[in-house]
Design a protein around this ligand. Structure first.
Ligand SMILES: O=c1ccn([C@@H]2O[C@H](COP(=O)(O)OP(=O)(O)O[C@H]3O[C@H](CO)[C@@H](O)[C@H](O)[C@H]3O)[C@@H](O)[C@H]2O)c(=O)[nH]1
Ligand SMILES: [Mn+2]
Length: 748
């Protein structure tokens, strides 16, 4: 099934072959095109419903073309970290960034576990430095890190000695006691467990009492400040002064300056501050970034990444190394459709075979110089227009990076790819670091535009990755076993919807901007099929419109007694049936091959409809409000809860009073109204062709897709759709019925 297409020593690039999948891809494409041709041929015999169906199906066909192109050449990388020591004399340094933004939505104990797991990875500790950005400016988070570093001093040697795989203590201690007979191990295990429990209880208590805590001494910087109005706070929590490889890596806490009238650009802004502060302090040529909930699940991850970063003959091959975003304690059968397993396996690997995976915001190793805007070396003349930095940096070019001389010196160093600067004493650099963490530092510079994490989209990750690909870099996906990092996926309806809405918003912001992939293909070095892959994801929000129209179509047809499908006896019906069946069989095949259940397939199908018609629509609305300058878009932080069990009803869809649930409820009520009118003989007399079995079956299918909403109509508390939402939706659907019946009557 797989053959190696190149075999440098540290990794293999393997082309995956899925002939059956390709056959399905093409069959579905051919059927879709036949459907469009059929619709066009018979358009004059039919009414509005036919035209609308044609428009929607054209959109679906376009999306399918993008999907097929993205999936067509799947590729996988295999890495061999055990060969690193033969090939590489000295492992390079890596700066690690962890972002956290809100101690309530992101409990410090989670952030702390992520940090501890990072401090304990299998890599020389003197080559690592871990920087934590706290946008919440929370003394609790700082306190937790201080305590965590003390614990990590015991934990890291314990993990390394006993070769523990899961180095996030909350996960390690929540699973069974490992079978290891040695009494020495048992003793140490019990001791570590006690130590961890003590750490956890200290952090929990601090959580509750944080307000009362006396903010003096080391905590004085946190007194009398507000979350969104404070100077920068930078603290070296732990310094590996002697540069010893089996001590702990450096640990630095950063809360950048925030002032009310200064835009802070959310996560992208935080990442740029991390980049600059780390540039002054350790300036490692590689940077790993993680969200606060993504703990390390494979202690060899840095070595795996190094195989890809150091092992390629041309560094252009690996501008960045992305690890897939996987989750722990996922709900059974993925009821919210947010675990993306099948996505990773087929679309994800497919894009790897083009110009490389998208940057996903977490679990990614970047070359520092790539973030500083450089182009791959062999891009040549064209590079002049693609990058702000070329040759030796002149005074003029240095404005790009802002006014700090020390930082500019470090950036020049990183761009020239020189060996590390001489080690520095971190506390001496704090003052200079404050300057680059200030909220005014970026004015008049290229940060967020030409260098660093890109501003202007709630999905700064996709935008930043796109910029890198546009400069001609490729990226690689690293998929070691066990999985590299694991994080939290939302476990309740409203949170999942808000996340989907943010993604749809951010993606559409990119599509509507001058940084969109079409322009990048025309004017820069984004490959054509990579552009199609980017379009595939960027149009998420826009897909809501044909999805909603198509979902309303069956109800519309039943109410107005018109049709958008051929009759059962017409041969054209076979196109529809064949399309439906091949799509279903293909979907099932993908899920079963990935080791998932039929139930998971169905849940994901259903949630794709629910997300598209609700969350994605709101994404479109917020982008239009932004374009009209009515309101800006915001990054609403996803709540991370670590609970693995809260009663028997896990996975049952939950609602709140947010308007985000109005479209779905309205679509459902419309289908129900249509049934009542259809079976109650209240349909209008037909104009050309009456509605038939096809429309009824489609309407039933829509109701099945919105089954969580059907249950929501009758559910109580968080399981029920709030009355206000039901009222709004009833009003909307009644107006719809009134409107279509009166216009249709007018035509008679
Ligand atoms: O003002 C902010 C807002 C967020 N964050 C951090 O950004 C990360 C991601 O936020 P989260 O709420 O977990 O968003 P998700 O939807 O789970 O994140 C996905 O989508 C984001 C883009 O929308 C990417 O940035 C993330 O890396 C990716 O995991 C977290 O560590 C936050 O602490 C900040 O540091 N500052
Ligand atoms: Mn997250």
């Amino acid at each position: 099934m797989a053959k190696a297409i190149s075999s440098p020593n540290l990794y293999d690039k393997v082309a995956l072959k899925y002939p059956i999948h390709r056959a399905f891809d093409i069959t579905i494409l051919v059927l879709l095109i036949s459907l469009l041709v059929y619709r066009l041929l018979y358009i004059s015999n039919h009414g509005f419903a036919w035209l609308l169906a044609l428009l929607c199906e054209t959109c679906f066909t376009f999306t399918w073309v993008l999907t097929v192109s993205s999936k067509w050449n799947p590729v996988e990388y295999k890495t061999y970290p055990e060969r690193l020591s033969q090939k590489i004399q000295e492992l390079p340094p890596v700066d690690i960034f962890v972002t956290t933004a809100d101690p309530v939505l992101e409990p410090p104990i989670l952030t702390v576990n992520t940090v501890i797991s990072l401090l304990a990875v299998d890599y020389p500790a003197d080559k690592l430095a871990c920087y934590v950005s706290d946008d919440g400016c929370s003394p609790t988070t700082y306190y937790s890190l201080v305590e965590a570093s003390k614990f990590a001093k015991l934990w890291a040697p314990f993990c390394k000695k006993h070769n523990i795989q899961v180095r996030a203590p909350f996960r390690y201690f929540s699973s069974e006691v490992p079978l290891n007979n040695s009494s020495e191990f048992q003793q140490e295990y019990n001791k570590m467990k006690d130590e961890y429990e003590e750490l956890a209880s200290k952090i929990n208590d601090a959580d509750k009492k944080s307000i009362e805590r006396n903010l003096s001494g080391d905590f004085a910087a946190f007194s009398n400040i507000e979350g969104k109005n404070h100077p920068a706070i930078i603290k070296v929590v732990w310094e590996n002064k002697a540069g010893i490889s089996d001590e702990l890596p450096h640990l630095i806490y950063i809360s950048r300056e925030k002032r009310p009238k200064h835009p802070h650009h959310y996560k992208a802004g935080a990442m740029n501050v991390l980049t600059r502060v780390s540039g002054m302090m350790t300036n490692a040529p590689f940077m790993l970034n993680l969200d606060c909930d993504m703990f390390v699940n494979n202690p060899k991850i840095v070595c795996h990444a190094m195989c890809l970063l150091l092992g390629s003959r041309n560094e252009m091959e690996s501008g960045f190394v992305q690890f897939p975003q996987y989750f722990y304690d996922g709900l059974k059968d993925d009821p919210y459709g947010n675990q993306f397993e099948v996505w990773h396996k087929y679309i994800g690997n497919g894009i790897v075979g083009i110009q490389g995976p998208f940057y996903g915001g977490t679990g990614c190793f970047h070359r520092r110089k790539v973030i500083y805007g450089s182009c791959p070396r062999d891009v040549g003349i064209q590079a002049k227009s693609l990058t702000p930095v070329h040759g030796d940096l002149t005074e003029e070019q240095l404005k790009i990076f802002g006014n700090s001389k020390e930082f500019v010196r470090s950036a020049a160093h990183a761009l020239q790819g020189k060996a590390n600067m001489s080690p520095k004493i971190l506390p001496n650099l704090i003052e200079a670091a404050h300057e680059v963490a200030g909220c005014g530092y970026e004015y008049g510079t290229s940060w967020g535009k030409e260098v660093g994490w890109q501003y202007g989209s709630a999905t700064e990750d996709i935008l930043t990755g796109l910029k890198i690909h546009a400069r001609g870099w490729r990226s690689v996906l690293c998929t070691p076993d066990p999985r590299a990092f694991l994080g939290c996926a939302p476990r309740v309806g409203p949170i999942s919807m808000t996340q989907q809405k943010r993604w749809a918003t951010g993606l559409l912001e990119i599509l509507m901007s001058e940084r969109n992939p079409i322009i990048a293909t025309l004017t820069a070095r984004l490959q054509f099929r990579q552009c199609l892959a980017y379009l595939w994801i960027l149009i998420w929000g826009l897909r809501s419109i044909p999805e909603i129209c198509y979902a309303v179509l069956p109800a519309y047809c039943i109410i107005t007694n018109s049709s958008f499908l051929p009759k059962a006896h017409e041969p054209a019906m076979y196109i529809h049936v064949a399309l439906f069946l091949s799509y279903v069989i293909y979907g099932l095949l993908e899920y079963l091959e990935t080791g998932l259940s039929i139930r998971a397939w169905w849940n994901n199908q259903r949630m794709a409809r629910v997300n598209a018609t609700n969350a994605w629509l709101f994404g479109v609305i917020s982008v239009f409000l932004k374009i009209l300058r009515i309101s800006g878009t915001v990054f609403e932080v996803t709540q991370k809860d670590q609970s693995s069990n809260n009663g028997g009803d896990e996975g049952r869809f939950t609602f709140d009073a947010s308007p985000i649930f109005v479209p779905g409820t309205t679509i459902l009520l419309l289908q129900l109204t249509a049934f009542v009118m259809g079976f109650g003989g209240m349909q209008l007399p037909s104009v050309n062709d009456a509605s038939g079995l096809g429309e009824i079956l489609c309407s039933v299918l829509v109701v099945m897709c919105f089954w969580p909403f059907v249950k929501g109509l009758f559910g109580k508390g968080k399981y029920g759709i709030p009355l206000s939402t039901i009222c709004k939706s009833s009003l909307l659907s009644l107006s719809f019925v009134y409107l279509v019946t009166s216009t249709s009557m007018g035509q008679l």
